[in-house]
Design a protein around this ligand. Structure first.
Ligand code: HEC
Length: 204
């Protein structure tokens, strides 16, 4: 990629780094669930919405202050801090995961891996990645009221850092932080991974 063009493209697009599509889809109507379940789902959706908003706002500030390559460092250092603040504010646990992670700390747990497999199968069958939603209410561990996941689609800008042809400068910066990076080789429109949220029982 052209060296002079790259920062401009990054500046325009990197605002979405760490910031998968989070347009808030209204909760699907549930048939007669207890109010507590509805409250848990609303809490899960709200937490995801706030995470997306705060990542975006913080990343914009970072871009203005330090330019595009600073965004990679931002993802490494600030994204987990923001996630933990949102977790505290909403009283939930949350994060992002994928079948191919960049940060091993984001590796899917067993339940997350099972949902990711479902999402991947649905997408392979022609469904949209961002339309994937899973609400788990049954058979949860003690103290967990609800688990929720939402699929993340690879948008064009994401391929700058997760795609097939990554600019050497960016690739180098990524490799320095993530020697085991498996989150490349994606094409636009593919399933990149998912948000997950775990709502504890008894906090309504
Ligand atoms: C500036 C480079 C950059 C861009 C652009 C970018 N990402 Fe990332 N992405 C990263 C880095 C760095 C991490 C590791 C963050 C961490 O340590 O938790 C990451 C992690 C992720 C994760 C968490 C799972 C994992 O692999 O560790 C998801 C999901 C993700 N990105 C999706 C996206 C999506 C969707 C887009 C486009 C909207 C995007 N990214 C754009 C650099 C980028």
């Amino acid at each position: 990629m052209n060296r002079h063009l790259l920062p401009i493209i990054l500046a325009a697009t990197v605002l979405m780094a760490c910031q998968p599509a989070t347009d808030p889809t209204p909760a699907e109507p549930q048939v007669g669930p207890p109010d507590a379940d509805e409250a848990s789902l609303a809490r899960a959706e709200a937490a995801i919405g706030e995470l997306g908003m705060r990542l975006r706002a913080a990343l914009q500030g970072r871009m203005q202050a330090e330019g595009p390559l600073g965004a990679i460092d931002f993802c490494t250092v600030q994204a987990p801090v923001i996630a933990s603040e949102v977790m505290q504010a909403h009283g939930v646990r949350l994060g992002r995961t994928s079948e191919r992670v960049r940060n091993p700390a984001n590796a899917a747990t067993e339940w997350q891996a099972a949902v990711l497999r479902d999402f991947a199968a649905n997408v392979a069958a022609g469904e949209a990645p961002e339309a994937q939603r899973a609400v788990l209410r049954d058979g949860l561990p003690d103290g967990v009221a609800l688990r929720f996941m939402r699929g993340i689609r690879v948008e064009a800008p994401c391929t700058l850092c997760h795609g097939r042809e990554i600019d050497p400068g960016i690739a180098k910066a990524i490799a320095a932080n993530y020697p085991d990076d498996a989150a490349t080789g994606y094409r636009e429109g593919e399933l990149r991974g998912a948000f997950w949220v775990e709502v504890p029982a008894g906090i309504h």
